[in-house]
Design a binder for this molecule. Structure first.
Ligand SMILES: C[S@@+](CC[C@H](N)C(=O)[O-])C[C@H]1O[C@@H](n2cnc3c(N)ncnc32)[C@H](O)[C@@H]1O
Length: 239
């Protein structure tokens, strides 16, 4: 196919995808997630993956993560209902052990993938235990065989065990965990949604894996970081 015909075809494909989803793809919108999700059409997203704020007073700049318990649980309930509405294959929520029960009660259809976090100075921790865990609660079914315990993944708190690049963000999500989820629960060219994009880990993973992405974030500084990260993918190996 000559280049102009190919461009015309790509243009039509992109337009039909906008019609399908309701918003342009491969964009992180500066928006509250509930406002953004309202604009996404029903069953237009293949898979969603997100690491939400846990309401633990984290300083996300414009957002202080300190809602009342009631308000937080109301917003999480609306998040889960919206993710059920917009996704075809389902969604994964990356959650810490303290909020595991609350989220599982709200999405009893989900399966847990457990990721152990080794706490280096357990003696000073309130619980005096050496391991915590994170969980991906997933309503989607894996397309390839995956273990349900991902013990080779490390977190920033695990000091020298953590070898991922860090950005200016207080709760960046593990790239490795995000990649393993998206790689095994979706196919190339599919659309991945993350309503809490932060520094864009989900977007970068999606771009690297030849998926399309869409998402929301309240803090423009984080979106700027995400755009820089995405530009690197473009340079290196974007399909
Ligand atoms: C745990 S972080 C996500 C981290 C991200 N996966 C990454 O790797 O950088 C949660 C993000 O949600 C954002 N956020 C908080 N409230 C929001 C809201 N109402 N709408 C959209 N984003 C929000 C915060 O600014 C924060 O960046």
């Amino acid at each position: 196919m000559n280049t102009s015909k190919q461009k015309e075809k790509e243009g039509k494909t992109i337009k039909s995808m906008v019609d399908l989803v309701g918003l342009k793809l491969n964009r992180i919108y500066l928006s509250d997630y509930l406002e953004g999700l309202k604009k996404i059409k029903t069953k237009s997203i293949d898979l969603a993956f997100t690491d939400p704020p846990y309401n633990t007073n984290k300083d996300f700049g414009v957002y202080k993560d300190n809602l009342s318990e009631e308000e937080y649980s109301g917003r999480v309930t609306r998040l889960i209902n919206e993710l059920r509405r917009v996704t075809k294959r389902g969604f994964g929520i990356y959650i810490d052990w303290r909020h595991f029960k609350m989220y599982w009660d709200l999405m009893p259809e989900a399966d847990p993938i457990i990721i152990i976090k080794r706490v280096p100075n357990a003696a000073s921790s309130r619980l005096k235990i050496a391991q915590h865990y994170h969980i991906i609660l997933t309503t989607a079914t894996a397309l390839r065989t995956v273990k349900s315990l991902w013990n080779d993944i490390h977190f920033a708190g695990e000091l020298r065990l953590f070898n991922e690049e860090r950005y200016e963000h207080p709760a960046q999500t593990s790239f490795k965990a995000t990649k393993r989820f998206i790689e095994n629960f979706s196919n190339e060219k599919e659309i991945i949604l993350d309503p809490f994009m932060g520094t864009g880990t989900t977007a970068v993973v999606s771009a690297e894996l030849n998926r399309k992405f869409i998402g929301f974030e309240l803090n423009p500084d984080y979106i700027r970081i995400a755009e820089k990260r995405l530009a690197q993918v473009d340079i290196n190996n974007r399909h």
